[in-house]
Design a protein around this ligand. Structure first.
Ligand SMILES: [Zn+2]
Ligand SMILES: [Zn+2]
Length: 438
């Protein structure tokens, strides 16, 4: 990258042009190349597909985390990456596979239409298409609505035929909750958190101990930079590494982590697969609509000119994630996780830290507000009530989730599962204080 900048990009262009002149596949050295993955790496169709299969399997081989016959839930969103991932799983289970995948796959799709503003017809159309796809696969499958995050438990019966009246009220509750979130950045973060919680709840209730998700390196490099910008630096390892172990008795695995979005698109094109296009919060928005969208525009712009951008970000992220530890509090005890995202709390820091200064600024601002003669009594009581609301989460949420709740005027509408976790934590704490410390 540096040389390219020093000579105004000339050397980069030269290599790039030479690679296009490649007349044979660099792997088999026989066929003519059909895809250029990196500079000097031109593959024919067959070698490219073999390279993808190998890369996918090596993610499992390297980690040796999935045992033979274990149930693994494939999180399917219908997008490019998960379409390729599902196809790779199917190919790995087929008789054609040289070395078969030995786990037992199950599929899950979460319908987020209620918060993304899709009409009921659009939601049904997507669900019909997904269920057709799932039926074809012949694997156990679950299609659930995001509003089911309010369900207290997931039995087979509630998953197969959810109580419609209950779903309707939960849908309103969910929409109300999302409408109250003030920024698109916070909405995206909140949606991710809820989706992951729902998937992990269903996985546990259905006897899965592993979930695989289709995050590509392109997606993860954006997530990495965006997480840092949103104050989630301490949780990068959970959000971007091959294995996310924050959920009790459940591992989230990212086997597509070594794939770029270009490779995934080429894979789907070669196999004639048609991913779904599901509009999201920022589909038609400008590049500055959210931190995620802005970061994505930045990274993809850079990647177009400097093809090693994504891998450089990922390698740097890996170095940062090596220090993944559970964070002890001031007394040296390991604290319970954040009640919202379940990552370890990162808020026991010295007063002189950046977080300390943010807290101090907030306190100062709050005291100024209540001193100001122009503010009415109503205003003061409203802002006090609000700060009490937020203060109650201060000790149970990580820094980034605290920021998220600040953007959400009605956190009391959060799903019960979140609060029951918090309540059991508090009960445990008071039990220990009463019985063991005395
Ligand atoms: Zn070849
Ligand atoms: Zn959190």
């Amino acid at each position: 990258m540096c040389t390219s900048l020093e000579d105004g990009g000339l050397s980069y262009l030269k290599i790039n042009n030479e690679s296009y002149k490649a007349t044979i596949c660099m792997k088999c050295k026989v066929k003519s190349p059909q895809v250029v993955i990196r500079v000097n790496d031109a593959f024919c169709r067959e070698c490219f597909l073999m390279y993808c299969t190998h890369k996918f399997r090596s993610a499992f081989g390297k980690s040796k985390i999935i045992r033979d016959g274990e149930k693994v839930l494939v999180a399917f969103s219908g997008g490019q990456a998960s379409t390729a991932m599902l196809h790779l799983v199917k190919e790995g289970k087929s008789v054609r596979a040289q070395k078969k995948l030995r786990f037992v796959p199950g599929l899950i799709y979460v319908d987020e239409g209620a918060v993304l503003g899709h009409s009921n017809e659009d939601r049904q159309r997507i669900i019909d298409r997904i269920s057709e796809l799932f039926m074809d696969s012949g694997y156990e499958h679950h299609i659930i609505k995001l509003e089911q995050v309010f369900s207290e438990e997931f039995s087979d019966a509630t998953l197969l035929s959810p109580n419609n009246a209950e779903v309707k009220t939960s849908q309103e509750r969910l929409q109300q909750l999302f409408d109250s979130v003030q920024t698109i950045t916070a909405k995206e973060q909140f949606l991710r958190t809820l989706r992951q919680q729902l998937i992990s709840q269903v996985a546990k209730s259905q006897g899965y101990s592993k979930v695989i998700i289709g995050d590509t390196s392109s997606r993860l490099s954006v997530a990495l930079l965006s997480s840092m910008a949103q104050g989630k630096g301490a949780h990068i390892a959970y959000d971007t590494s091959l294995i996310d172990d924050r959920y009790d008795q459940l591992l989230l695995i990212r086997p597509m982590r070594e794939f770029t979005s270009k490779e995934v698109t080429m894979y789907n094109r070669f196999y004639g697969l048609n991913p779904l296009v599901v509009p999201t919060f920022t589909t038609k928005a400008t590049s500055g609509a959210s931190i995620d969208k802005l970061t994505e525009t930045f990274v993809s712009g850079l990647q177009a000119e400097f093809p090693s951008t994504v891998s450089t970000i990922m390698r740097t992220g890996d170095k940062l994630s090596n220090g993944k530890v559970s964070m002890p509090d001031a007394d040296g005890n390991t604290t319970s996780p954040c009640m919202l995202c379940l990552a370890p709390l990162d808020i026991s820091v010295a007063e002189s830290s950046a977080l300390g200064s943010v807290r101090y600024t907030n306190q100062l601002a709050a005291s100024r507000k209540s001193d100001s003669p122009t503010s009415s009594a109503d205003n003061i009581s409203a802002s006090l009530e609000r700060s009490c609301d937020l203060n109650s989460y201060d000790s149970s949420c990580c820094y980034s989730c605290q920021r998220l709740l600040e953007d959400m005027p009605q956190p009391k509408f959060l799903p019960g599962a979140v609060f029951s976790r918090e309540q059991s934590r508090l009960a445990m704490k008071s039990y220990i204080e009463e019985n063991l410390l005395s």
